[in-house]
Design a protein around this ligand. Structure first.
Ligand SMILES: O=C(O)CCC(=O)C(=O)O
Length: 342
């Protein structure tokens, strides 16, 4: 006999339905806003942002609702982290063949210096969905169990990164400007998207930990641009144009294996790496497969759309019209449940 679909649990279905009806506010939110009667009818729990699969405690759910992030200690084993690190080093040293979709990014301060085939030249690997050894991160059962609390049971891995923050060259370009990840995403609703970010070593203020502005996930998507930094800014590192700089900041000090799950509207960034080591973290943005693509033309996201399409054209030598949705459809991978939409 077929097992009943987890999605058919009334609570789960209702929350997903509610999120389809109720996108995060913002210029690019295109679906209809429910009436208060609809909300009351389909919102049976007191938590807006999480589903219950007996994993997050009520306190953790409350914390996420209020702050937009939750840190889970010691979620990824040393052994797995060593494997990710080994694969990363092999890619840097060109010891393995890499798939065409992988983007290898360099720090602006290093990009123009003499090329050395090791990690010094690489600041970030992006879109590693075809690198099996790294993509294992996105399929780790203990991560997916948490992800399900945010996305429901049909889970897509949408965007993957291994960030290798280099020692700052003195130009402060190792910083990551404060931003909302939703700026990069042409899919909604925002509440069905979550980032898992795992520290691959102890990360604190000395080597550039994540900095978050708690509660900003409740705000709308803001205009992003390249910040006007004297020492240069890395490619695609857009920052929020205006935000209240007086809002309290939290520096997330994390040990190796600790994982933070955060909402795509949470304003966050990371500081300079003042040490001589390369600070590593691995991350994946997940979304419910029930999300839908939106057209970002005419919205604040048009600038990133143009940039991403230009990069994809150059990378694949595509002359024909290619849309942002095409790029994302190519990246996206089902990791659990059914590929219903995305
Ligand atoms: O790992 C970091 O330094 C920040 C990463 C980040 O926020 C991003 O790439 O969106």
């Amino acid at each position: 006999m077929e097992e009943p679909d987890k999605d058919s649990r009334p609570g789960t279905r209702m929350r997903i339905l509610l999120r389809q009806l109720c996108p995060a506010p913002g210029p690019a939110a295109l679906t209809t806003i429910p009436t208060s009667a609809q909300v009351a009818a389909v919102n049976p729990t007191r938590f807006r942002y999480t589903l219950d699969n007996n994993l997050l405690t009520p306190d953790q759910r409350q914390f996420y609702d209020e702050n937009g992030y939750v840190v889970i200690k010691n979620l990824v084993s040393d052994e797995d982290i060593e494997r990710f690190r080994d694969e990363f080093m092999k890619i840097c040293k060109k010891e393995v063949e890499v798939p065409p979709g992988l983007i290898i990014m360099r720090d602006v301060a290093i990009a123009k210096s003499e090329f050395v085939p090791d990690q010094k030249a690489v600041t970030k690997l992006q879109d590693f969905q075809e690198v099996g050894e790294l993509f294992r991160y996105c399929t780790l059962p203990q991560i997916l169990k948490y992800v399900e609390c945010f996305t429901g049971p049909n889970i897509m891995a949408m965007h993957t990164m291994l960030i290798n923050k280099p020692p700052d060259s003195g130009k402060k370009s190792s910083r990551h400007p404060m931003h909302q990840d939703l700026h990069y995403f042409p899919f909604r609703p925002a509440d069905c998207i979550v980032c898992a970010w795992t520290a691959m070593e102890r990360i604190d203020r000395s080597n550039g930990c994540l900095v978050v502005l708690p509660g900003t996930h409740k705000s709308s998507l803001k205009q992003h641009d390249y910040p006007n930094w004297e020492g240069g800014v890395n490619k695609m590192y857009h920052g929020v144009r205006d935000y209240n700089e007086n809002l309290p900041r939290v520096h997330l000090v994390m040990e190796r294996g600790d994982t933070v799950f955060f909402h795509p509207l949470l304003i966050h960034g990371s500081g300079m790496n003042r040490t001589q080591g390369f600070r590593k973290a691995i991350s994946c943005h997940y979304a419910s497969a029930d999300c839908h693509y939106i057209d970002v033309k005419g919205t604040s996201q048009e600038n990133i759309e143009n940039e991403v399409i230009e990069i994809a054209r150059r990378k694949y030598g595509v002359e024909a019209a290619i849309s942002l949705k095409d790029v994302w459809k190519l990246r996206a991978r089902l990791v659990e449940g059914e590929r219903t939409n995305l």
